[in-house]
Design a protein around this ligand. Structure first.
Ligand SMILES: *Cc1c(COP(=O)(O)O)cnc(C)c1O
Length: 390
């Protein structure tokens, strides 16, 4: 009997080691990793710089406490401020924690403006995490079922529906923020267009609302910019990060600018582990390697190659609805539920994911090469064709 709580239906494989974009199971079989532990292993597996950076830091000091200064955390905050044009960073350990900090900040901001029941506008198909507040912000009734009462203070609008946001603006005086993923991950790889994001920014400015971008999955270079919102040339007031920031070492961050900066004071929020020396070293090394190795440009070109490869290989195949995404965040929507493709791909030595029931989701490491892209397209295409023909 397993003593691990049954929160995941796990695939029957365990990996013993990894190298670059490859993982090796306990029997030595190798798998092309097109999922990266759900957008986590930014630098692939076993990246020498990351291994060295972590080992070096582990040999000095792993953890001190936020009761003391942590120079590496300060350096990482400075780096994040440089690449985002934002001001302040709160460090935590996961995506939901980063979003929890963002939600608390937005409420705090509201209370300062004498709004007693601050409300945050959230989107359909959104995924923000599984703590009570972030689950309440998440648009998944199945994930919420059994955990009521949910946290109040969220109103939901259809994704990209500006009119719905404007209607709420007209009748609800308690709104303090709009929260969205610029590129939805769990929800099925849906992209907000630039015009819509700019209009949301304008509306937030008009109304004095905070714009919160959940970049937990699409941030850190994955879409071909450091952050997804940079494609639209707008800046959010709050952005949240986690998954890819530490390349596998848990770290989350809630980054603020303008109106959202300078709000929290000692005692308002905290984290025991957040931004400890080990995690900060992993974050800094990840950002350094991305810059020095041109991995953001790589995400653009290899992402393009993957989408173009599938578009060509699957042209005219009945059942393929759409190939979409940006950079190395790619969705292939089929006209039917296709979860079983995950096991078929596993058997064929390919690690992929299916989300929202019928969307194949690919989240390769930023070190994926053109030839890895070709291997992925060549390996997965016949499985998709076979699946659709059966
Ligand atoms: C994964 C994810 C989260 C939650 O992150 P955890 O680290 O699992 O808590 C939040 N938002 C988005 C967009 C995500 O993809």
């Amino acid at each position: 009997m397993s003593h691990v709580m049954n929160t995941y239906s796990r695939l029957p494989v365990a990996f013993a080691r990894g190298e670059g974009v490859w993982l090796y199971d306990e029997a030595g079989k190798r798998y092309l990793d097109a999922l990266s532990g759900i957008a986590v292993n930014t630098l692939g597996h076993n990246h020498p710089r990351l291994v060295q950076g972590i080992a070096q830091q582990a040999g000095r000091v792993l953890h001190t406490s936020n009761l003391y200064r942590i120079p590496l955390q300060e350096a990482l905050a400075t780096r994040l401020a440089e690449i985002s044009g934002m001001d302040e960073v709160f460090f935590c350990n996961s995506g939901l924690e980063a979003n929890e900090a963002a939600i608390k900040l937005a409420r705090f901001y509201g209370h300062k403006k004498k709004i007693e029941l601050p409300t945050i506008i959230v989107m359909e198909h959104a995924f923000h995490g599984r703590s009570l507040a972030t689950l309440s912000a998440t648009a998944n009734r199945k994930a919420q079922a059994g955990f009521e009462p949910l946290v109040q203070g969220f109103v939901r609008v259809p994704y990209r529906d500006l009119d719905a946001v404007r209607q709420i603006a007209a009748r609800n005086r308690d709104v303090v923020a709009v929260m969205l993923e610029v590129l939805q991950g769990e929800g099925g790889v849906h992209l907000v267009d630039e015009t819509c994001l700019r209009a949301l920014r304008e509306l937030c400015d008009e109304r004095g609302w905070l714009l919160i971008c959940d970049e937990v999955q699409c941030g850190i270079g994955r879409t071909g910019k450091w952050f997804g919102w940079q494609h639209a040339d707008v800046r959010p007031d709050i952005m949240t990060l986690a998954k890819g920031l530490g390349s596998g070492v848990p770290i989350g961050a809630c980054v603020t600018a303008g109106l959202a900066s300078g709000l929290f004071q000692p005692g308002n929020h905290g984290s025991t582990f957040g931004g400890n020396p080990l995690a900060s070293a992993a974050g800094l090394t990840t950002l350094d390697v991305i810059s020095e190795s041109g991995l953001i440009d790589n995400a653009v070109s290899v992402g393009q190659a993957i989408r173009a490869g599938f578009a060509e290989a699957l042209v005219g195949v009945a059942g393929v609805v759409e190939i979409r995404g940006r950079g190395l965040m790619i969705g292939i929507e089929l006209d039917r539920p296709c979860a079983e493709l995950v096991t078929r791909a596993l058997d064929a030595g390919l690690l992929i994911n299916v989300t929202a029931g019928n969307v194949i989701r690919l989240l390769p490491a930023l070190v994926f090469s053109e030839s890895d892209a070709k291997a992925l397209v060549d390996g997965l295409t016949p499985l998709i064709r076979e699946f659709l023909l059966q």
